[in-house]
Design a protein around this ligand. Sequence first.
Ligand SMILES: Cc1cc2nc3c(=O)[nH]c(=O)nc-3n(C[C@H](O)[C@H](O)[C@H](O)COP(=O)(O)OP(=O)(O)OC[C@H]3O[C@@H](n4cnc5c(N)ncnc54)[C@H](O)[C@@H]3O)c2cc1C
Length: 489
Amino acid sequence: MTEKCDTCIVGAGISGLNALFVASRYLSRDQRVILIDRRSRAGGMWVDTYDYVRLHQPHPFFTAGNIEWTLDKEREYLANREEVLDHLRHCLEEIKQRVRVTELFGCEFENAEEIGEKVQITCRSGDGRTVEIEADRLIKAYGQRVDTNAPLNLSSAHARSVSPHFFDVRESEMQNSDAPVWIVGGGKTGIDTAHALINEQPGREVNLIAGPGTLFMSRDRLFPSGVRRWYKGEPLSSVFREMAHRFDGTNETDVMDWFRNNHGISLTPETGNFLGAILSESEKETIATGLNEVVMDYLTDVVDSDGGAEVVLRSGDTLPFELGSWVINCTGYIGRSEHPYEPYVSANGRVLSIQNRSVPIPFPLGGGSAYYLSHLLFLGKLAQVPLYAMDTEEMRRKAPQYVIVAVMSSLHFYNLSLIAEALPGKRFTKMISQYGLDFNRWYPLPRRLRASAGFMLNHKRDRKHYKRALDTVAERFGVRCGPVVNAGY
Ligand SMILES: Cc1cc2nc3c(=O)[nH]c(=O)nc-3n(C[C@H](O)[C@H](O)[C@H](O)COP(=O)(O)OP(=O)(O)OC[C@H]3O[C@@H](n4cnc5c(N)ncnc54)[C@H](O)[C@@H]3O)c2cc1C
């Protein structure tokens, strides 16, 4: 039997839930959405990420549409995993007040084909049955396709190799041991792990192998607290707009230097990585004081030698390794695996696909594209507006990290400008007002209005500059970064 619905959404993470929120604003109460996810509940990667993860932005800015949190905490509170999952479940329940949602959890999307006015979708349920669905539209909100990480495979039997996904550093096995700890990876997971360990066991020997070092966004500057919201800090959109303004397609080093000096924060002297994570001065201080050693290199292996063991680094250097020490795999998740190319929009505009091979709205990861593009889908404009899309998987392979950040700023504002032009003013304003992922909402209204006015007044003029930067990058690195609609990509 074929299930019928108005819209089918694959993925119940923050991207899928934002798409569902938008769907609920266009569909009526008796229309039906089928929500599919291979995981057992709503929440996406938060369902099975490590236990001590915390949201890195203040919790109100992680939501579907403008659905408010019910958590009784101050605005700056960084929610933990269970709280995030509870909120995402709450979002789903709220949305279900406005539209009929059938949840198919534990169900794998397999393929879809557009036939006439419909999309024919094939899925496999948890018990192996084939489920056929016929929908008017399909939104594939795969997002980042973040998966769990296994422990690192190390040669020495004297290393206790673990992964945050399967081992909580706050629990008794770690607490009852006083062997040194090596955290491998200096990104968000590495920082969360160091922070958790140093808080739980002050004085424990904790070492960090930080690779090229990671640049974080300064929480104190993005989210100044109390009355300082009126005169300190800078709304994130103004920061990224300034980056887009400065970037000409070739000068990413200067652009990132500007960012680092004005809005960045890091634990390490050098920073070759940037993934948009946020860190505060006080977290940095706690971690920097608690760490025994920070190694600016990559771990290759831990090997036995002369009755002992040593850490082998990519540079060829070695470091002494106390037998029985812990090695925690915090090497990251995003952009690790390769996927076949797929444009964000199908030829007839009925299928929207949110994934890393064709990204029009890069901030924040996944959720931004899901929100804005779902609006275009329901307005019948998805296949008309010639948004540029970047193949971020290809870009990561071919270009240095910092180019990606600089080019994402140009891409973001270029496409927002096209969307602003394609929608009637009132519709655009309403869309922006219900966009809960917008960090600008941290600031009082006058400062937010100034940031929006800066964009609205200048975007058509600035767009030419953004386009030149995007075209330059596409040519320089030989990557897909251009219009998808009617472009044959
Ligand atoms: C460790 C870590 C910490 C992070 N912390 C933050 C943070 O603090 N703040 C922040 O804003 N971002 C954070 N991020 C980024 C994070 O990835 C996004 O915030 C967001 O949760 C991603 O949501 P998503 O919906 O795009 O993707 P996901 O959460 O990955 O959801 C996609 C869903 O699609 C489902 N799916 C995919 N393919 C199929 C298929 N074929 N069939 C059925 N289902 C399918 C998956 O099961 C999954 O549930 C973090 C990322 C990581 C890795």
